[in-house]
Structure formats: C-alpha cells, structure tokens
Design a protein around this ligand. Structure first.
Ligand code: ADP
Length: 173
C-alpha cells in the first residue's frame, strides 16, 4: 500500500489543486492532502479550518483522499502519516526552480521519502491561489478556476469593490 502526501497552503484550493489530487488518487492507494497550518509567507485569507473545510468539500467525491493539517517539517509529517511519496504540482519555470531547491533540502532531511512532480494540466497552468484572490477582490469572475464551494466562500469573504466615480452623481472635475 503506497500512501502519498500532497502538501500546500491551499488558500484557497483551486481546480489546479483538485486536478493534481485527482490524478494522484488514481496512482496511489491513499492520498493525504496536508494543509500547512501557519504559512510563513504572509497573511492568509482563509483560516486553517476554512481552508480544510473547503478542501474537504471539493474532494468529497474521492474516497481514498483525506485532509489533515500540519505544522513543522513537511517530511516529518509525511513520516507520521506513513507517506513514502510527496506529490507536488509544477506550473511554470519558477515553480521548477523553487521545487528543485526544496527537494535538495528535503532529501537531506529525509532520504527515505520520494518526491513526485506532476505537470499542471494546460488549462490550469496559470491558475494560482494568490492571483485568483487578487482578481476576485477586484470583482473579476473566477468561477471557472475554483470549485463551486470556493467561489461561494470568496464571494462571502471579499467585500464587493467600491465603484469608482462620483457618488453624488454630479460632474467629475
Ligand atoms: P505552497 O504554499 O506549498 O506553494 P500551494 O497551495 O500554493 O502551496 O500549492 C500546493 C501545490 O500545488 C504546489 O506543489 C503547487 O506548485 C501546486 N499547484 C498550485 N497551483 C497549481 C495548479 N494550477 N496546477 C497544478 N499544481 C498547482
């Protein structure tokens, strides 16, 4: 039985993530989606519980997929859940550079864990959590990039953008 772990921040989960999990679930006996509890890369929009609930909702149709949260070293948590494989998704060249460096470090820490990289499907190449949060906050339509429960959560979380122009309806200077 091979358990794979798919770690990330998932703030929030996108269809790009769902695509990777779906493909991993077809390859491995079990996939643990591991949500990093306290990301160092700045403020997250969704709380840990929200990020996990959105993932659970979006992945409920996949019976061999579970969602867990973790803190600390990714490879340490992989050992805790019995994962021999860590799955990551690759979009652009910059993803590659980042993953290449991370793998070097992680392999030093845990030579027993193998890393598997999946290329993002072409239609999700340019889908990223940070970009779609920005677009959504400006009132753009992101519904074809995220599962329906995430589109709904973003609508509730982000205030509608203030319309520019003269509120009094008079002439602009
Ligand atoms: P992290 O903070 O670790 O980058 P993310 O939640 O942004 O966490 O992403 C988790 C994983 O999913 C990473 O391997 C990332 O490269 C990958 N990923 C993100 N967006 C996509 C996408 N659109 N298609 C495929 N993989 C993706």
């Amino acid at each position: 039985m091979v358990v794979a772990m798919y770690p990330g921040t998932f703030d929030p989960v996108t269809l790009g993530h769902v695509d990777i999990v779906t493909r991993a679930a077809a390859l491995f006996d079990k996939v643990v989606v591991a949500v990093y509890a306290n990301p160092p890369k700045g403020k997250v929009l969704f709380s840990l519980k929200e990020r996990m609930d959105l993932l659970k909702g979006a992945l409920a149709h996949l019976p061999n997929v579970g969602v867990r949260s973790y803190d600390g070293l990714t490879v340490q948590f992989a050992r805790e859940v019995g994962a021999r494989v860590i799955v990551r998704g690759l979009r652009s060249g910059s993803d590659f550079e980042y993953e290449f460096e991370m793998e070097f470090m992680n392999k030093k820490l845990a030579s027993d864990i193998e890393f598997v990289y999946m290329m993002a499907s072409s239609r999700y190449q340019f889908v990223s959590s940070s970009r779609l949060k920005e677009v959504a906050s400006l009132g753009g339509d992101i519904s074809d990039m995220v599962p329906p429960n995430v589109a709904e959560a973003l609508r509730k979380k982000l205030p509608l953008p203030v319309k520019r122009g003269n509120k009094q309806g008079g002439k602009e200077e």
